[in-house]
Design a protein around this ligand. Structure first.
Ligand SMILES: O=C(O)CCC(=O)C(=O)O
Length: 327
């Protein structure tokens, strides 16, 4: 990867884990919107940006309880055995796993007692809007700083117990992932490694709908099983690995594979927002993106069937809410 002239190497030993070199790391003060667009957004290259938040920004559990107390969130219930199971037996990934709705304060108690660690309960993709943290000024500032203008989703929480793994997947949209408490280890692979990372087939969506998406990989990058997944050998030299520390923001362009592992021994809190891919030419020429949309079309009959079942169930409103959480 070429190194932009204004890029600075931060003192992070783990950032050089890839034989290809480190991903770009930049201080916010050295990054203008035009540079962000030309060097990263237009070609679709990830970048780790520091200094976008005030140095004392810390969304720790006490602060979050103060702000969110009784607000209810759907908490993903991964279950303690999930991470040890062969991914080929999975019938749900990411937003496809079952959720339990509870007030934030109750979830915070489960984190403090470490029950959330044991049960691997995670707040994945929980929207911040309509909560007191929804209009956080710092988000508007960082969007203006980077010149980001085409939001696809509101900002959402990705927080939970240390040790939680958001398994290797890619998204069809560009993403910005900001770390607001603790740290996360991130593994990235470029879109060129699509088939070397064994994505679930788009045809799974006929059977499992939006629960099992073709943007998820069937391999564990930290426990490679070369006999079953021989092409993984070819992907490994393209692996990047680094730590997202409190106050950092990672730009993850559409199609870039990422596995995100919460670090430390307490909890780790990030927020993300997805963006329509800009420029349009990058969106139109991304096969990784097209196959996700194809999968969504194939999921339609399953979705219509599930909607019909929800409507005739005893509690249609709750069932439909559960369905929308999986979208
Ligand atoms: O932080 C996480 O657990 C996952 C975040 C993620 O997958 C994303 O921002 O696209």
């Amino acid at each position: 990867m070429t190194t932009p002239s204004f890029e600075i190497a931060l003192d992070r030993p783990d950032s050089a884990a890839s034989p290809l070199g480190a991903i770009a790391q930049v201080q916010a003060t050295q990054l203008m919107p035009t540079q962000f667009y030309e060097q990263y957004q237009k070609p679709g290259i990830p970048v780790l940006i520091s200094g976008l938040f005030e140095a004392d920004t810390d969304w720790n559990l006490d602060y979050l309880c103060q702000q969110l107390g009784e607000t209810e969130f759907p908490i993903q219930d991964h279950g303690s055995s999930h991470r040890a199971r062969d991914k080929r037996t999975w019938t749900g990934t990411g937003s496809g796993v079952d959720t339990i709705v509870m007030p934030f304060r109750q979830y915070a108690d489960l984190l403090r007692s470490r029950e959330a660690h044991q049960r691997d309960l995670y707040m994945g993709k929980c929207a911040l809007h309509q909560t007191p943290l929804g209009d956080t000024h710092a988000f508007e500032q960082l969007e203006a700083h980077l010149g980001l203008q085409t939001p696809f989703t509101p900002w959402s929480f990705w927080m939970g117990p240390a040790g939680h793994i958001t398994h290797l997947h890619y998204d069809p949209m560009d993403g910005t992932l900001a770390q607001l408490h603790g740290a996360k280890r991130v593994i990235l692979f470029p879109p060129s490694q699509l088939y070397n990372l064994y994505p679930f087939s788009v045809f799974n969506q006929v059977r499992y709908g939006m629960k099992l998406r073709p943007g998820h990989s069937r391999v564990y990058p930290d426990q490679p099983e070369f006999e079953q997944f021989p092409r993984l050998r070819a992907a490994l030299p393209h692996r990047y690995e680094f730590t997202l520390n409190q106050g950092d923001l990672l730009y993850i362009p559409a199609g870039w594979w990422h596995e995100v592992i919460a670090q430390g021994d307490e909890m780790s809190c990030s927020v993300n927002r997805f963006w329509n891919v800009t420029p349009l030419s990058r969106a139109l020429t991304s096969w990784s993106k097209w196959r996700i949309h194809l999968g969504s079309v194939l999921a339609l009959p399953h979705l219509v069937y599930a909607l019909g079942q929800a409507l005739v169930s005893g509690n249609p409103a709750q069932k439909i809410r559960q369905l929308t959480l999986k979208l």
